[in-house]
Design a protein around this ligand. Structure first.
Ligand code: MN
Ligand code: MN
Length: 450
């Protein structure tokens, strides 16, 4: 358990290794800005590391609807003794296009959005944005869209009011009310279609969408188009010790989990890596952790091993499993320290934060790991020399939050939150520390090997 900067324990060679690891992470962040893209990156990596979709094999994975992945490594022990599970989520706060988004006003084409997850709306205006996603056309064919990521791509923007005019409209309101959800509208174009009287700018962008992407206005209805920040992951700080990027909650856990999992060889306990979806909106839905996919995957894995997996056996396997809920925590904010109770908060650069309980207003909604399991994880990390820390999320009555931990704890398994501390969480540009990323990777490594 670390009570000061973990960097103090690192040699020059260690720092080199940590910085090299961060390069792969930045590349992942740039290639995985949506849950679907993350799934493609993860399954690509799994394939390169000997995993297959043939669930009779020792290293196998399955994908749920293009948005969720479960990967499995067979252990030498009895599966009835339970699994070692690490679960991270692939979805991140963003703006989704509405199903009927396009309109024209004041000679501009605009797209209406509906935000996804907990955002501070004022952070999403006046910054370059990209559109990623999938359109399902009338004939059932799908078209992948990604505009705003290449250097010569156009980007999109949500306008904000100039300070000269915002006194009554914004400045006198509460921060949370200054930008209304319905005002998160994307500027999409301004050229009018010649010879068209009615909505010529809208008609022009529709013509472009048809010509370049073969999609019509009705195709928006059957699309999932996500608006995300258009900038790339960058080193932050004169010493390059930190990383600024969109979507680090929770792709910092997803990447470190992927790297740790691919490196596991001949474990004793059977290992399961879960890359889930929909955490930011309550884990509901067919691709969230509350869906039946986990049980279906375990059924298939056991069938692949020649075990007749009845309901009772799957129940026992889950009950006897041990898990880390891999998710980020809010590091002590240097400029808003008053939001934390600093004796029980996590800090950048002290390694992953092991969080016994989350929740709000008196642990409500928390799964609250037992002292015994917390002790087991602490002993393991200490024995293996993982730099780690403990912390809650913020002051007791200041707010709070939750993770997927409670949704797996219902099976009766031991589970505790463990993940990198970050700053500016849920903003378009989240900040992590390279040491924390590396030590999170090490934590998952030793957990699977235990
Ligand atoms: Mn998260
Ligand atoms: Mn989150």
């Amino acid at each position: 358990m670390q009570r000061q900067s973990g960097w103090k324990l690192k040699t020059k060679e260690d720092i080199k290794e940590i910085y090299a690891f961060a390069e792969g992470y930045k590349d992942f962040l740039d290639r995985a800005k949506t849950e679907r893209e993350a799934v493609r990156c993860i399954t690509g990596s799994l394939g390169e590391n000997g995993f297959t979709t043939d669930l009779t094999k020792d290293r196998a994975f399955a994908v749920n609807r293009g948005k969720e992945v479960m990967a499995y490594i067979r252990g030498s022990g009895d599966i009835a003794e339970g699994l070692n599970i690490v679960v991270a989520h692939l979805d991140a706060p963003r703006l989704d296009l509405k199903q009927n988004p396009l309109y024209e006003d004041v000679d501009l084409a605009l797209l209406r959005t509906h935000y996804y997850g907990g955002i501070k709306k004022y952070q999403w205006v006046a910054c370059p944005l990209a559109i990623h996603g999938v359109v399902v056309k009338a004939d059932g064919a799908t078209v992948d869209i990604c505009i705003g990521e290449k250097d010569d791509d156009p980007v999109f923007l949500i306008d904000d009011l100039l300070p000269h005019l915002s006194r009554k409209t914004q400045d006198e309101k509460k921060l949370a009310d200054a930008i209304d959800g319905e005002k998160l509208v994307l500027l999409f174009g301004s050229l009018p279609l010649t010879g068209t009287e009615r909505e010529p700018v809208k008609q022009y962008v529709l013509k472009m969408l048809k010509d370049f992407h073969d999609i019509s206005e009705d195709d928006f209805i059957t699309a999932e188009l996500e608006v995300v920040p258009a900038f790339k992951a960058r080193d932050v700080g004169i010493d390059r010790s930190m990383i600024g990027a969109y979507g680090q909650d929770d792709r910092v856990s997803a990447y470190t989990l992927l790297k740790a999992f691919c490196g596991i060889r001949d474990p004793k306990r059977h290992c399961l890596a879960i890359f889930t979806d929909k955490e930011e909106i309550g884990s509901e839905g067919a691709t969230g952790i509350r869906s039946a996919f986990l049980k279906v995957f375990l059924d298939d894995i056991m069938a692949g091993m020649g075990i007749k997996a009845d309901e009772a056996l799957v129940r026992k396997v889950l009950f006897r499993s041990k898990a880390l809920s891999a998710d980020v925590n809010g590091a002590v904010d240097p400029t808003f320290q008053e939001a934390h109770e600093k004796q029980n908060a996590c800090y950048l650069g002290r390694g992953p934060c092991v969080t016994k309980y989350t929740g709000h207003m008196g642990k409500i909604g928390a799964s609250d790991a037992s002292a015994e399991y917390t002790g087991e994880i602490a002993r393991l990390f200490n024995k293996e020399g993982v730099i780690w820390q403990t912390g809650e999320l913020g002051k007791i009555d200041e707010g709070g939050g939750g993770t997927v931990a409670k949704h797996l704890a219902v099976y009766g398994m031991d589970i505790i939150d463990c993940g990198a501390p970050i700053l500016t969480m849920h903003s378009p540009y989240e900040l992590s520390n390279k040491l924390d990323i590396f030590e999170t990777y090490r934590a998952f490594q030793v957990f699977f090997a235990a």
